[in-house]
Each structure stands twice: as structure tokens, then as C-alpha cells.
Design a protein around this ligand. Structure first.
Ligand code: SF4
Length: 404
């Protein structure tokens, strides 16, 4: 498998883009995790090596389970504010940024943001609808961007899941434009009841490889926002089936498969609880993660971003509560505890609809990625080594309480 993967990287990519991925993301990303570890050890300070930034709230789609105020008045993070944020994060050792939304390609200055930071690497979570051939050409010229395009179902399911028509064909046109311009292209799915059978199978992986897609990511559906559709949620067994599938495909198929919820031994983790990542919303609010829509701090604070985050009592207490409660997702497993924390800190509801409190209070406890005693370790040595060095819990769960 490794030789086939190497062959794909050598033969299917633009070498300049491959170099940017290897250096700006791979090498410098690893250095940023080392700096994260040193900060933690020396000063007990948390500044995440991977920030996820929602640059805009607007989107052309209306997905089930979406927590973003996509139909509210458009709010963006300006080029100036993004430049300041990125420069300050770079000063603290970061080079990778996840760009989310809404639909990021609706941001009028998105390409300028990428162009202003050639030494950084950006992963853009997008529905692909605005990636024309011209946009893809510009992304190739820049070289420091990987589009991660979400495919949520077959044609009918895509329209149903995303609240518009012809969704899949427009998304696949975006994928095609990226591949034609030899971008490092990924495809992701938020796996739920209506697309589990269509995507969690070998045939779909083979199709992605045949298309030229270089990596994929299977998220697990979260019942969030004003249209949570909890009936789409996956059972504990279905989540475990996805984990087994990912582990098996990693050892067998020449395609990268990302996950953010397990270390090399298959132990569950929450990337926000261990401090690896936090989220910034379009208004500048600094949230524990995209679906925890509460904040006490903002990027518009005069202090540098690393100080704002490392000095945040709310983020610290979120990490400690989440790590004490579960190795899984506290939003799914114990939304009640999370709501108590939000109230304790009088954290601001960051939504325009001002219903985040009610939504959190209405949530039921659900299974997440944590199944103690049922861990599935990585079969691939490459993933085991990479995770043992750069993606694990960094000691965050030493105070983990009994299983709730
Ligand atoms: S709280 Fe849940 S959704 Fe948020 S980062 Fe943790 S596991 Fe993921």
C-alpha cells in the first residue's frame, strides 16, 4: 500500500504543491505540535497548534444539523483581521489553519488571505459549488491550499441533506475543477443514517482513488443548530463500524484517511479537550470548537491571540470539564454538564438566532467516539507512528472520572 501511495503522490500531483504540503503543513505542522508540547510542559500553557477559523457565516446551502446562522446578515472576518490573527499565531509557531464557514469561497477576500501567507498551509472545508476552473487555477498558483469538499449523499440524499436541488452535481463539478488543476484534493462526509451505506464501503474509497482524490475524512454527524434532525445520529455500534472501516482501509488503500478522534492505540479523544484545536467564529468569538457556540474572548482583543487563548478561564475550564467527563464528545455525551459550564462563566451565546442555550438544553445524551474497552488500534504502522508523535491526548485525561 505504501508504495502505491508514494506512486500516486509522485505521479498524480503538481510537485510544487506536494512540496508546500510536505513543508508548510507536514514539517512546520510537526514543529508547531512540538512547540505546543513545550509550552504545555514548561508553563502549563495551552495555545493550539491548529486553529479552525469560520471566515464567513453565509452559505448557499441549508444543511440538516448545521449550527451556523447561514441565512443571517453576512458577517466575515476581514483580510486585515485574518492577517493579524495568522501573523500572531505564526509568531507562536503555527503554520496550519483550517478554514470553515458557512461556505468559505463566498468570502470576497478568501484568495487574498491565502496569497498573503505563502509560508502557511490552509485546509478549506467547502461544498465545492464556488470552485470554478478559474478559482482552481488560482489555488494552484498559490499552492498553499487544500480544498476538502463535502459530499453528503447520492443525488437525492444530497438534496435532502443540504436543502437545495442539484447539490451533488455542482459539488462534483467543483471536485473535477480541483483535480483538473492538480490540487491536493480531499473529500469528506458527515456520516449519518441516510448516507452510511453509500459511503462507508470499499467501492466508494476505490471511486475516490480512481477520481484522483488524495485523502478523505469521515466525520460523525452532530445534531446541532435550529434543524438538528437527531434521527440522523449514529449508534455506538455504527460509530465503531466506521472506526474499524477507517483502520482497515488505511492499511489497504493508497489514499489518506484523516480522523480527529483517535490516537494510535485507538483511544478516543476530543481535539478541543486536549487543546490541539479551538475555533474562531465569523464575529471573532473564540469557541472551544465549532459546535460549542459560546465564547468569552475574541480575536479583536488587543492582546496577541496566544495570550488571549492561553489566559482564557472559560477555555481552560472547558478542556478540564471535557477531559474529566469523557474521552469522547461532551456535546453528544453530556450536553447538560456543558451547559452548566457555560452558565457558570456567563459565556456569550455567539449565535445570531440567540437560541444556543435552548438548543444545548434540548439535547439528549448520545453515544460518541468513546467506547472504553473496545479500542481499535491502528493497523498501519505509518499512522501509528505519526499519531504517537503528533496526535494523542498529551496527558489531558489523567483526571478522567468513571464512565458516565
Ligand atoms: S466537543 Fe465534540 S465536536 Fe467538539 S471537538 Fe470535541 S469531540 Fe469534536
Amino acid at each position: 500500500m505504501y508504495l502505491r501511495m508514494a506512486k500516486r503522490l509522485l505521479l498524480e500531483t503538481d510537485k510544487r504543491l506536494l512540496w508546500k504540503l510536505a513543508y508548510n503543513f507536514g514539517f512546520k505542522g510537526a514543529l508547531s505540535v512540538q512547540r505546543f508540547k513545550r509550552r504545555l510542559k514548561k508553563k502549563g500553557e495551552y495555545f493550539p497548534p491548529f486553529l479552525y477559523v469560520s471566515v464567513i457565516n453565509s452559505c448557499n446551502l441549508r444543511c440538516q444539523g448545521c449550527w451556523v446562522d447561514v441565512s443571517a446578515k453576512q458577517q466575515t472576518i476581514s483580510l486585515e483581521s485574518m492577517n493579524r490573527l495568522i501573523r500572531e499565531a505564526q509568531a507562536a509557531g503555527n503554520s496550519f489553519f483550517g478554514i470553515v464557514g458557512g461556505e468559505p469561497f463566498m468570502h470576497p477576500q478568501l484568495l487574498e488571505i491565502f496569497a498573503a501567507h505563502p509560508k502557511c498551509y490552509f485546509q478549506v472545508f467547502t461544498n465545492g459549488h464556488f470552485i470554478t476552473d478559474e478559482v482552481a487555477k488560482e489555488l494552484r498558483r498559490l499552492g498553499n491550499v487544500t480544498p476538502l469538499i463535502s459530499v453528503e449523499g447520492t443525488e437525492l440524499i444530497s438534496d435532502e441533506r443540504r436543502g437545495r436541488t442539484n447539490v451533488l452535481s455542482k459539488t462534483m463539478q467543483g471536485v473535477e475543477n480541483c483535480l483538473k488543476n492538480r490540487l491536493i484534493t480531499g473529500v469528506c462526509t458527515s456520516v449519518c443514517q441516510t448516507n452510511l451505506e453509500d459511503f462507508v464501503n470499499e467501492a466508494w474509497i476505490d471511486r475516490l482513488i480512481d477520481m484522483g482524490v488524495l485523502y478523505t475524512w469521515f466525520h460523525v454527524y452532530r445534531p446541532m443548530g435550529p434543524l438538528p434532525n437527531p434521527d440522523l445520529c449514529l449508534s455506538k455500534d455504527q460509530q465503531r463500524r466506521i472506526r474499524q472501516f477507517v483502520v482497515d482501509m488505511r492499511a489497504k488503500k493508497p489514499i489518506g484517511i484523516v480522523d480527529a478522534y483517535f490516537d494510535g492505540q485507538g483511544q478516543a479523544l476530543c481535539p478541543a479537550a486536549v487543546g490541539l484545536t479551538h475555533h474562531i467564529n465569523p464575529w471573532g468569538g473564540i469557541e472551544p470548537c465549532p459546535i460549542v457556540q459560546f465564547a468569552k474572548e475574541s480575536i479583536h482583543d488587543p492582546r496577541p491571540i496566544d495570550q488571549v487563548i492561553s489566559q482564557s478561564a472559560f477555555l481552560r475550564d472547558f478542556r478540564e470539564l471535557a477531559a474529566k467527563s469523557t474521552r469522547g464528545c461532551i456535546v453528544l455525551e453530556r450536553p447538560d454538564l456543558l451547559h452548566e459550564l457555560v452558565v457558570l462563566h456567563s459565556a456569550d451565546d455567539q449565535t445570531v438566532r440567540k437560541s444556543a442555550h435552548a438548543e444545548l438544553q434540548a439535547m439528549q445524551n448520545r453515544p460518541s467516539q468513546y467506547s472504553p474497552g473496545e479500542e481499535i488500534p491502528e493497523r498501519s504502522w505509518a499512522y501509528r507512528i505519526a499519531k504517537s508523535l503528533f496526535f494523542h491526548d498529551f496527558g489531558a485525561y489523567q483526571n478522567l472520572g468513571p464512565v458516565l
